[in-house]
Ligand binder design. Structure first.
Ligand code: PLP
Length: 339
């Protein structure tokens, strides 16, 4: 089965396709010099000016770091804004469907419900891999694929097959890609006009507070997302924080290395505990751990001021443990050894 020739227009909501985007004062005049009496800003203070609605500096920095042209990059107020925009650009409320593959990131479902889009749930199989046959038998506007997946931690196989054969938009959420051995898919955006890759500054870049999410896709998809977003969706402070982080790649790498080292150490220490039944292999900065009495262990940890995520309701018997600092991990293990 080969994908039908992809036609973007047939995927997009007609009102979005026809949209004349808001043109801000900063769109109509973009120079830096002059007296700015065009945006009803206050002339006083240090924070008085609107930020760049197109986040040019940040996109330039990402473009050169990842070798992806500027026009293939979208910046959102966190990945959560990107997820919401995917729904708003492509999915007609109460008409269109989207495929999600639980257990996975909860925002795909919440955002789908907010946008009143029908959700088709095609669970991952026992190996936490995509059920490609079922996925390709469904008709839907989009599919959300999280790889490495949260909360299972693994890279998913068969994403290429979905990209080749699924007749719709394929969103690959790579929030954890910098902790993975996998290359990821941003270099595939030229090959696949239906691909959107999401990344974020919230995890490996240690900038969750700043709320900066990134999407890479064909420039026509990026343009639609840009037209649909609020004009000043990423604050000037947050753009600057992301730029600062990008300017110090050695700090980023050093932190990722420590986290990966600590992940290995945690696997070793956790596997020595008698009540730990299984530690799933992880390509992310967390471990999914199956235990006897996960709920009980969770409550015990909370009582000892160690907060992990109880995932028993989505993966029976499991808690998800984020890899912390060396000190935090040592403390976690000490508390667990006294369970
Ligand atoms: C943490 C996480 C994100 C990050 O979302 P932001 O809004 O950018 O903070 C995105 N996707 C997944 C799967 C995550 O676990």
């Amino acid at each position: 089965m080969q994908m039908k020739k992809f036609e973007l227009k047939s995927m997009v909501r007609p009102n979005i396709w026809e949209l004349k985007p808001y043109s801000s004062a900063r769109d109509e005049f973009t120079g830096n010099e002059g007296i700015f009496l065009d945006a009803n800003e206050n002339p006083f203070g240090e924070r008085n000016r609107y930020p760049d609605p197109h986040q040019r500096e940040l996109k330039k920095a990402l473009s050169s770091r990842n070798n992806i042209p500027f026009e293939n990059i979208f910046i959102g107020n966190g990945s959560d804004e990107v997820i919401d925009l995917v729904y708003r650009v492509f999915c007609e409320p109460s008409e269109d469907s989207v495929i999600i593959c639980p257990p996975t990131y909860g925002m795909y479902e919440v955002s789908g419900n907010i946008n009143n889009v029908n959700l088709i749930r095609i669970p991952l199989n026992d190996e936490f891999e995509l059920n490609t046959e079922l996925i390709l038998s469904e008709s839907a506007k989009c599919i959300f694929i999280c790889s490495p997946n949260n909360p299972t931690g693994n890279n998913l196989k068969n994403i290429e097959k979905i990209l080749d054969q699924f007749n719709g938009i394929v969103v690959v959420d790579e929030a954890y890609i910098d902790f993975s051995d996998s290359e990821g898919f941003i270099s595939a955006i030229n090959k696949y006009p239906n691909l959107i890759v999401m990344q974020t500054f919230s995890k490996a870049w240690a900038m969750a507070k700043a709320r900066v999410g990134v999407a890479y896709a064909h420039k026509d998809i990026i343009a639609l997302m840009d037209n649909t977003k609020p004009p000043y969706n990423v604050s000037g402070f947050n753009q600057q924080e992301a730029l600062n982080a990008l300017s110090e790649p050695e700090i980023f790498e050093e932190r990722v290395d420590i986290i990966l080292e600590q992940r290995n150490l945690l696997v070793k220490e956790l596997s020595n505990l008698s009540f730990v039944k299984h530690i799933y292999p992880s390509d992310a900065n967390f471990l999914l751990v199956k235990m006897n009495d996960a709920g009980d262990v969770y409550n015990y940890l909370v009582m000892n001021k160690v907060v992990v995520r109880n995932r028993d309701s989505v993966v029976p018997g499991c808690i998800r443990i984020t890899v912390g600092s060396p000190e935090e991990n040592a403390q976690l293990i000490e508390v667990l050894q006294n369970y």
